[in-house]
Design a protein around this ligand. Sequence first.
Ligand code: UD1
Ligand code: CA
Length: 467
Amino acid sequence: MSQLAAVILAAGKGTRMKSKRPKVLHEVCGRPLVAYVVEAARAAGAAEVVLVINHEMNAVRELFGPDVKYAYQKEQLGTGHAVLAARPALSAASGDVLVLCGDTPLLSGELLQALVTRHREGAAAATVLTAELKDPTGYGRVVRDAAGEVEAIVEERDAAPAVKALREVNTGSYCFAAAALFAALDEVGRENAQGEYYLTDVLGILRRGGRRVLALAAPEPALTQGINNRVQLAEAEAFLRDRIRRELMLAGVTILDPASTFIDAGVSIAPDTVIYPFTIIEGRSSIGRGCRIGPGVQLRDSRVEDGATVSQAVLVEAVVGPGATVGPFTYLRPGTVLAEGAKAGTFVEIKKSAIGAGSKVPHLSYVGDAQVGRGVNIGAGTITCNYDGFKKNATVIEDEVFIGSNTNLVAPVRIGRGAYTGAGSTITRDVPPGALALERAEQRVLPDWVKKRLEKLACAKEKGKLE
Ligand code: UD1
Ligand code: CA
């Protein structure tokens, strides 16, 4: 089989997004538009991918790094001009090349594969992916001959009324024989309504040169749509979210209320996990088997292992070990790792800390920059005082320690294995293993203080009256 490359056009300004960000970097389901197109091109078999960008789009380079090649189009002189800009980056001048737009996130690898197959089986010089639209306004129209082969694509602004009446449009995705494409591009001029080099002119040129130009009509036109504004962005988002949820449900995940459950494209969830309503799972999060997630959970770039429970919580770059429990009302910040069976309970915030197996932080605590061993119990209201105003300091709590309620652990500090701290203590020095550390003013008890006080008050009042 001959080689397949892909050229993805993304240098256009995308003015209708009204954004400082390049259009193709706007996200649907947590992933930039152009990433979907690259993925579809690869799924269709493209070994080499060239992105055509402009000089303000270095953020695109950061996204893919060396995984794709980049071509710069200095001035946006049209889609034909953009494809020419990619030529030097393409290593093979032979074989086939997919030409795609960077803003069509719903295009699937299967559809592109079908396009390539049609192209190759028909021995065509060019094959265009088309769509039959109720309202074709704004798109290039596909003019076919009696045999159904493509004669030309005519842009709306250059179209006569009879052509404008056609409802089959150019979606902007094509498969070309590379040699034929570049030979024809050299002949494309800019004598048209927009004064641009139209890629679409290549089809007419090839056809007039006796080459075969075919079309594949997309079975689901909506999936070929480019995103031009934020309304279309939201529509694509809704469509993809629905697809993600369906795929997960069919793969064994229970989602009680799909409408209030938002799951990003990069998320994995294993079977027999139940997702309760009002849950958002973002980025590169993964959830194991048999977990209960939600209601009211936001997970970002976090990992939840088998059998864990997370409810009413926000987790960012956190790890929840097997069978661990989080929530309700818990905030786990980056670098939090709960080991197997650990617990982070109500009104607890944990940052950059490891909580050992079976250890519990059940209520009203802040734990930051701490290493907590196994089987530790951290009493309600415990605070690691990790910040001295200049830098963050570490707290080490060894295995089997018992931290009394309302303890302040002034870091850096170490609590030795099996030690206890008394409730209400402010611990500023290391505690040896097995010791009790108590830091508390001794309690005074004044018997009958209330009675005496009342008597004094009554006496003063009486004097006041006498005076
Ligand atoms: C193009 C097609 C039209 C088709 C429509 C589908 C041409 C002449 N017309 O029209 O037939 O129906 O797409 O959406 O090709 N781009 C560059 N550099 C440029 C110009 C564009 O990289 O100089 C990129 C854009 O970023 C975009 C793609 O090419 O990803 C399409 O450009 P756009 O301006 O949207 O083309 P249309 O005029 O809509
Ligand atoms: Ca467009």
